[in-house]
Design a binder for this molecule. Structure first.
Ligand SMILES: C[S@@+](CC[C@H](N)C(=O)[O-])C[C@H]1O[C@@H](n2cnc3c(N)ncnc32)[C@H](O)[C@@H]1O
Length: 197
């Protein structure tokens, strides 16, 4: 069980620089993501380090996070281009065919197990045809696999989430590295960038 202010403390301990994953996704999806009129859904945006990079490029961003205090910290000049949504993934209602890019950096697994497939279906329906989905998911050999507040999936389950997509990147990683609240942690991660057919 995480402390009430865990995500606020976590987000505030991070750098303000965009993650490398943003640039990788923009490159892999460049055929679709070259326009500056894009609608982006960012899931688990934290204090907005990647959100700000999307806004800087002229994109409109619907930025979702369970932690309202982190969302409040996102101060941007392009305020008409950002919609802050303070909801948990499990309660999110998304409109169909709305987004060109759905982006999430290390956040989707924090959807609780019992709601994951409903949440995933919600995401898939809200992505436009040819849209890009960019996420990390956690595998069944991750140390957090027994935590009901975290969704972990085996290889077959992960692959089957992307039926009807072309995989631009599908990388499975296993490594040991401290997490924010643990000195040592085994990570089992799928990093995926995919285009909807
Ligand atoms: C590991 S952080 C990643 C934050 C940011 N994307 C980054 O890369 O720095 C996970 C984020 O997901 C949010 N989060 C965790 N569980 C959530 C849930 N069930 N619904 C919505 N957001 C959630 C947290 O508040 C946090 O900002």
């Amino acid at each position: 069980m995480l402390e009430d202010n865990f995500w606020y403390v976590y987000n505030n301990a991070q750098s303000d620089e965009p993650r490398d994953f943003v640039f990788e996704v923009l490159k892999l999806g460049s055929d679709v993501l070259k326009s500056d009129e894009l609608e982006v859904l960012e899931l688990g945006c934290g204090q907005g380090r990647d959100t700000k990079e999307f806004l800087r490029r002229g994109f409109s961003v619907s930025a979702v996070d369970i932690d309202g205090a982190s969302l409040n910290q996102i101060q941007v000049e392009q305020s008409e281009k950002i919609k802050k949504i303070n909801k948990k993934f499990e309660d999110l209602v998304l409109e169909r065919n709305s987004y060109d890019l759905i982006y999430s950096h290390y956040s989707i697994p924090f959807c609780e197990k019992k709601s994951f497939y409903m949440f995933w279906e919600n995401i898939l329906l809200s992505l436009k045809k040819n849209g890009i989905l960019a996420v990390q998911l956690l595998g069944d050999r991750d140390d957090w696999a027994s935590d009901v507040q975290v969704t972990t999936l085996n290889f077959k389950e992960t692959k089957s989430l992307f039926k009807g997509f072309e995989l631009l990147k599908f990388e499975e990683l296993e490594f040991s590295k401290p997490s924010f609240n643990q000195d040592e942690k085994k990570w089992h991660v799928y990093e995926v960038v995919a285009q909807k057919n």
